[in-house]
Design a protein around this ligand. Structure first.
Ligand SMILES: C[S@@+](CC[C@H](N)C(=O)[O-])C[C@H]1O[C@@H](n2cnc3c(N)ncnc32)[C@H](O)[C@@H]1O
Length: 424
């Protein structure tokens, strides 16, 4: 099936694309064309429970990594794919033909169009698979209707910038899914674990019955190292049920952990809960011990011009990070706003690809800190154990979980304060 006149849709999308800030990868593809690796497509369909499916929907189908895997598992199903990209159409047709699946219709259309159900026509679907684009999108009038018909009207209270394209794709799936339908959708890490997405998780857990969340390995998509997860849910109201979370690794899907619905509202990533259950020492957070966390002040140009010793993320080089020696040179006159590292301070990279490995405890000297570094101050008796906890394997894993970004990672101060650490 084809939209009667798809070209204006495409033109409009590219007009909008100047304002679509892709969060997913550095290539900033305006349509978020980061295709699922076919091996992940196979693993993805095995996460769904339904033994028989009669009609399957794939919004943003691309070249068909998920659709073809679905066609191979549910061989009798009627399959509907939709994508805005004309280029994807031929690939998906070839993929479906090679899978020998003939009951397939493809529509070139904008999934964000409020009239999508009319464009597709026909009955509702009993199964949906989806790997949507992850992009910030400009709010359109039709979105209010999409959200309310999806049963997600609560999300209208969420700031527009917190409603990226993946949520709108999910809402469109709900408009097209029959009651009880099963849905598997690949979502970005931010939706699963970020504090800013909590209201979205709460609304989702009320609106659907989330069965499981599976953390995917990095490198699951071509062209990006972004972290993503699969959410599998049923189109029925959530009633506070527990959610199973697991991890897809080289040995397949790990045994699930069961988390309560209120824990799932806070976050649903296996990386976080899996780590917590593996710990044995005394757990604490920097917030609980009233750590004082300060971000350095110098920008890179100020750092270049600064006459005093400067500490930046490339400074974590000494062999003993628990006995770090800064310069003994006297600093020039203190200027307002300059943030100084001195003995007793724990320093941690705030922005860096390897920030989880960049921690040290200063025992000598002073330096002006750049804005890519955090200074953590805790009472003297805890300094060494806090520094060791941050440097431990669990501490490093917790830092990786808490930091965000593809390539250069960034750690938010609130997330650092709530990081679960463990004494040795
Ligand atoms: C992350 S890719 C996933 C493709 C495929 N499902 C896979 O897993 O490999 C997102 C897909 O959504 C499509 N897309 C992006 N924005 C769209 C929109 N507004 N309407 C329809 N398709 C869109 C892109 O062309 C791309 O094929």
């Amino acid at each position: 099936m084809r939209a009667r006149d798809a070209s204006p849709i495409l033109a409009n999308q590219f007009t909008v694309s100047g304002e679509m800030h892709q969060e997913f990868g550095s290539g900033r593809d305006p349509l978020g064309r980061y295709y699922t690796d076919p091996s992940i497509g196979q693993a993805f369909v095995s996460l769904l429970d339904r033994r028989h499916a009669s009609s399957i929907l794939d919004l943003g189908s691309g070249g068909g990594s998920l659709t073809v895997a679905a066609a191979q598992r549910w061989t009798d199903a009627r399959i509907q794919t939709v994508d805005l990209d004309f280029g994807a159409e031929e690939n998906i047709r070839l993929g479906m033909a090679s899978a020998g699946h003939l009951a397939h219709s493809h529509l070139v259309a904008d999934v964000l169009d409020e009239n999508l159900p009319e464009l597709i026509g026909g009955p509702l679907f009993d199964l949906a698979v989806c790997n949507p684009p992850y992009a910030k999108i400009r709010w359109r009038d039709g979105f209010a209707r999409i959200l309310s018909e999806a049963g997600l009207a609560d999300l209208r209270a969420v700031p527009a910038e917190a409603l990226p394209s993946d949520i709108m794709f999910l809402a469109q799936i709900l408009r097209l899914a029959e009651p009880g339908a099963e849905v598997g959708i690949i979502v970005p890490d931010g939706l699963i674990s970020a504090r800013r997405s909590r209201a979205v998780r709460e609304a989702l857990l009320r609106r659907v019955r989330v069965m499981r969340v599976v953390q995917l390995p990095r490198g699951s998509f071509r062209g990006t190292e972004a972290q993503a997860h699969v959410i599998v849910f049923r189109n029925e109201l959530g009633r506070g049920e527990d959610v199973d979370i697991s991890n897809l690794g080289a040995n397949g899907v790990s045994s699930p952990l069961s988390i309560s619905s209120s824990a799932a509202e806070a976050r649903m990533d296996y990386g976080y809960y899996g780590l917590r259950t593996a710990t044995t020492g005394h757990r604490f957070t920097l917030r609980e011990i009233h750590a004082d966390i300060t971000r350095g002040s110098l920008s890179s140009s100020e750092a270049r011009e600064c006459c005093d010793p400067v500490f930046h993320t490339n400074g974590f080089v000494q062999a003993d990070p628990l006995a770090y020696r800064l310069s003994r040179e006297r600093l020039g006159q203190d200027r307002l706003g300059r943030r100084i590292a001195e003995p007793g301070d724990i320093l941690l990279a705030r922005v860096d690809r390897e920030l989880h490995r960049k921690v040290c405890l200063v025992i000598e000297g002073r330096a002006v800190m750049t804005d890519c570094v955090y200074r953590i101050r805790v009472p003297a008796m805890w300094r060494s154990s806090v520094a060791r906890a941050l440097m431990s394997a669990n501490g490093q894993a917790a830092l990786v979980c808490a930091s965000r970004g593809v390539g250069a990672r960034m750690l938010n101060k609130e997330d650092l304060l709530d990081l679960e650490l463990e004494t040795a």
